[in-house]
Design a protein around this ligand. Structure first.
Ligand SMILES: *Cc1c(COP(=O)(O)O)cnc(C)c1O
Length: 442
């Protein structure tokens, strides 16, 4: 018997909308700055603007540049504005995608097809990436039949350049660096990797998915940011998520190539279909035009000035939070993040248990591993909660210090167990089982 029947009769719309709203009440409260990932919050005015712009193209389909010339024009202009922001030259080209994962899937596919064309001797393509790079690369490589070679990082999440160099072989089709990395907010040594890329003539992608819409403005706000974009010699392509620090609703990211010749390898064509010549530059098929419209709109709504003000606020909150974390007994910030993203680590406390204690105080902070840490993506709205967050963090860490190992249960215990399993295959199996159970009515 099925667990829920498909409804026979329709219900009044308002009643159903109320039901949907009621379902949200148990969710984490990002609007009041109690979440440090997933939803990028720059306040109501900006959110409402971005939603309205999105809404105008909610139903239009980004699949067809012919039916909706307006979307094509806006996409080309969004790309041009991002080329301007991220140091691309006259030849640069790119596309808007539906998110970071699609951007990285596109880039890895493009680099693979470029290598097939230009380096046909490569039969088993490999991608070299630091341990801290985003798993969307592993996912893309898995989908595309490419091997990943992971370069270790030190306790400050800094990649070892000698190890990076040794990880490169004649099968390497792409080098990866992050600006910054998602787990710890560390900017990889982009100029140094760029030099290696030039010397060995290998594609180098900078993943600025989280940083691309904030680092340029952090710099304009007066902070030191090392060179990380297309202007760095050796960088071939860059990705930036507009639905993160660009503050659009989900469904907007960008890929940029140093030349449109490279972008040709991104385009997929099936010319023999009765439905027509099927040609797309995206991985996604049908998708809302909202992402493009919202990006175009919000760039013009905020401008460099607005984004710089917001980046200044996020940096201010991030630095105050980092100072408070380092001042809390037993806790420290991992490495030296030069951005609005950082991680809370500890040599003495169980940070997963600390996360649970914070959750009991209605702060939602993601757990990370290798080493155990808590993830902090800091947004402009967080300036309002710095004081109350740090007060709760001090209390929660004092409570965590008193915990005996046998008191640590629930998610904290599960996460600790999975993180410390020496057999990573077993860790994967547990995660598969867990997700498979999660996505079912019980
Ligand atoms: C968020 C992120 C991604 C993946 O982006 P999605 O939009 O979640 O698909 C990739 N790389 C980095 C560095 C990120 O922060």
């Amino acid at each position: 018997m099925s667990r829920m029947e498909f409804p026979q009769q329709g219900l009044p719309g308002l009643k159903v909308l109320d039901e949907i709203k009621a379902l949200k009440t148990g969710d984490s409260d990002w609007k009041n700055g109690r979440v440090f990932s997933l939803v990028f919050n720059a306040g109501d005015e900006i959110k409402q603007f971005a939603e309205q712009a999105f809404d105008i193209f909610l139903n239009e389909n980004g699949l067809s540049p012919f039916a909706f010339p307006s979307l094509l024009k806006m996409e080309n202009e969004v790309v041009a504005m991002m080329i301007d922001l991220l140091g691309g030259g006259e030849q640069a080209a790119g596309n808007v995608t539906t998110g970071g994962t699609e951007s990285l899937m596109s880039i890895v596919k493009t680099a693979r097809d470029y290598a097939r064309d230009k380096k046909p001797h490569i039969k088993e393509p490999q991608l070299v990436m630091p341990l801290s790079a985003h798993p969307a690369f592993n996912k893309a490589a898995h989908f595309l039949g490419i091997k990943t070679v992971i370069v270790p990082t030190d306790t400050g999440s800094v990649v070892d350049l000698d190890a990076y160099r040794s990880a490169i072989s004649e099968n390497t089709i792409m080098l990866v660096g992050s600006a910054p990395s998602y787990p710890h907010g560390i900017i990889d040594p982009i100029e140094e990797i760029g030099r290696i890329a030039l010397e060995k003539d290998i594609w180098f992608h900078v993943d600025a998915c989280v940083g691309g819409m904030v680092l340029p403005f952090v710099r304009m706000a007066g902070y030191e940011v090392p060179p990380f974009d297309l202007s760095v010699p050796g960088v071939w392509s860059i990705s930036a998520d507009i639905h993160k620090y660009g503050y659009t609703p989900k469904g907007a990211s960008i890929v940029l190539y140093r030349s449109s010749e490279l972008r040709k390898y991104q385009i997929y064509v099936y010319a023999d279909w009765p439905g027509g010549v099927y040609a797309t530059s995206s991985v996604a098929g049908s998708h809302s035009g909202g992402g493009v419209a919202s990006s175009w709109g919000i760039f013009r709504f905020l401008g460099r000035e607005g984004y710089t003000r917001l980046a200044g606020l996020a940096m201010q909150a991030a630095l105050e939070l980092q100072k408070g974390v380092n001042g809390t007994p037993g806790l420290h910030v991992i490495g030296k993040p030069l951005s609005t993203v950082f991680a809370i680590g500890s040599d003495t406390l169980n940070v997963y248990a600390l996360g649970e204690k914070m959750k009991a105080r209605r702060w939602y902070i993601d757990s990370q591993q290798m080493p155990p840490s808590l993830h902090m993506t800091v947004m402009p709205e967080h300036v309002k909660i710095v004081g109350s967050f740090l007060a709760d963090l001090r209390e929660a860490s004092a409570e965590t210090e008193k915990l005996k190992p046998e008191d640590i249960g629930g998610e904290a215990a599960l996460y600790g167990m999975i993180g410390s399993l020496p057999d990573r295959g077993a860790a994967r199996d547990i995660a598969v089982q867990f997700l498979n159970d999660l996505y079912q009515l019980h």
